[in-house]
Design a protein around this ligand. Structure first.
Ligand code: FAD
Length: 425
């Protein structure tokens, strides 16, 4: 069989490798010049740094298996970096149940109640939490104070105006999947994606980088094949797998019927935005700072070089200032200079010694459809792999539920779909 795969991120490339390993002919189309999708990096000296901060949890076993299979396990590190929460100008460690029990901004009875409820949420079966909203549930069971100080900022930072609408199973998964040790591939996750490309090519597959798919339609000869039209020409395939968000697939495949569109061309997603700074000295002693104080223009400050050695990046201290925002937010239209002017003054609130003169380089990245808004009815709108168009399949991170999307879940989806398509055990 001849397969086209739309998208060269974790999902598309894993699907491409698994199909090629089973003797199928594969062509992967990726719009960007570099493979890896949302997990792709950019080069700093000999290392690659993700455009958006990335790490693994211990529970991300499929991704760890893939890394080992690609011969990269010796680069995987599991430090326990400091992940803290900024509240009323101070930072507090909040990376373990014990840390929550010691969290000074909460009164001791509130801490105990919160820890007990968190335990129930983390270890309880997910079906207990289906059909419930996260925000009112947390307020009711953990109390108003923990909600205001910890959980409301977390939900607001990730989901903005939609924070009251988020399904409780998403929060369950968020707690359930976490580990205090965080996994990172020295030199960047880009190595995974570059190796996937190499392996697919070595097995006779094609990976067309810098190639945008513009349309999918029935091939003119009516033999059940589909034509994939790209900005570099059109070709027929026996089967097409789209790893793009369902909304984008609906735009590319005009023959998808209205009933499918009504159900699956649905919901909201936020875009991701990261300003990355290289400093000539450290800013903080933490890897990850959840910014729970109001008034900051970013939701997280991630000092990557408090996690990986600065020596990997020529001695630079690297800091992400990250945001999720609606895709029409003005932030996505601002120039890097405008964003620097807005963001930098806030760093002195975190480290009063900070001076803009510490910044030696900066980069800015944005991506649409980076964070699905997991509302109560999200589950009802997750498309199946099969679409109403014969031989057209959809497998995307928008099908990940209730877990937060991540490389691991894209690998799992790819493997599940390929097993289904090839009938492999
Ligand atoms: C800010 C941020 C932080 C994250 N942190 C983590 C983390 O710590 N750990 C973790 O595991 N995951 C993290 N993730 C999530 C992780 O990056 C994604 O879950 C994963 O990379 C999704 O892979 P994918 O292949 O399913 O989708 P994508 O990576 O979105 O791949 C889809 C691909 O399709 C391409 N494409 C789109 N349209 C077209 C077209 N018309 N023609 C051709 N190609 C097209 C895109 O360029 C893209 O490469 C994070 C994501 C973000 C945004």
């Amino acid at each position: 069989m001849e397969y086209a795969i739309l998208g060269g991120g974790a999902l598309g490339l894993t699907a491409g490798l698994r199909l090629a390993q089973r003797g199928e002919r594969v062509t992967v189309y990726e719009r960007e010049p570099v493979a890896g999708g949302l997990a792709a990096g950019f080069q700093i000296d000999d290392a690659w740094l993700e455009k958006f901060y990335h790490h693994l949890f211990r529970s991300d076993r499929a991704m760890q298996r893939l890394i080992a299979e690609l011969g990269l396990a010796d680069r995987l590190r599991w430090p326990r970096p400091r992940t803290v929460t900024l509240w009323q100008g101070d930072t507090y460690l909040l990376d373990s149940p014990l840390a929550f029990l010691r969290f000074p901004p909460l009164r001791p009875p509130a801490r105990v109640r919160q820890a007990a409820v968190m335990g129930a949420l983390r270890y309880g079966p997910p079906r207990l939490f289906e059909g419930k909203l996260a925000a009112p549930w947390v307020r009711r069971w953990m109390g108003e104070e923990p909600y205001r100080i910890i959980w409301e900022p977390l939900l607001r930072n990730k989901f903005g105006a939609a924070s009251e609408e988020i399904a409780l199973p998403w929060l369950w998964a968020r707690l359930h999947d976490r580990s205090t040790e965080l996994g990172y591939l020295r030199g960047g996750f880009q190595a995974v994606y570059d190796r996937l490309v190499e392996r697919i090519r070595a097995l006779g597959g094609e990976v067309c980088l810098g190639t945008t798919v513009e349309r999918i339609a029935a091939a003119p000869d009516g033999d059940g094949r589909l034509t994939v039209a790209t900005d570099r020409g059109a070709r027929p395939f026996d089967r097409v797998i789209s790893t793009l968000p369902p909304r984008l697939l609906c735009r590319l495949a005009p023959e998808l019927p209205d009933a499918y569109r009504e159900r699956y061309d649905w919901g909201r997603a936020y875009g991701a935005h990261c300003l990355i700074l290289a400093l000539d000295r450290p800013l903080t002693d933490a890897y990850w700072i959840n910014v729970n104080d109001p008034g900051y223009p970013f939701l997280a400050l991630v000092e990557h070089t408090n996690y990986m050695p600065p020596g990997d990046y020529g001695g630079r201290r690297l800091i992400y200032l990250g945001n999720y925002r609606p895709m029409d937010d003005p932030l996505f239209r601002q120039s890097k200079e405008e964003v620097l002017a807005e963001f930098l003054p806030h760093l002195a609130r975190i480290n009063p010694a900070f001076s803009p003169a510490w910044v030696t380089e900066s980069w800015m990245f944005a991506a649409p459809y980076a964070q699905p808004i997991v509302t109560l009815d999200y589950k009802e709108h997750i498309p199946p792999f099969e679409t109403p168009i014969a031989n057209l399949y959809e497998a995307s991170m928008f099908q990940v539920y209730p877990h937060d999307r991540g490389q691991n879940y894209s690998v799992l989806l790819a493997e599940e779909l390929v097993e289904r398509l090839t009938g492999a055990a």
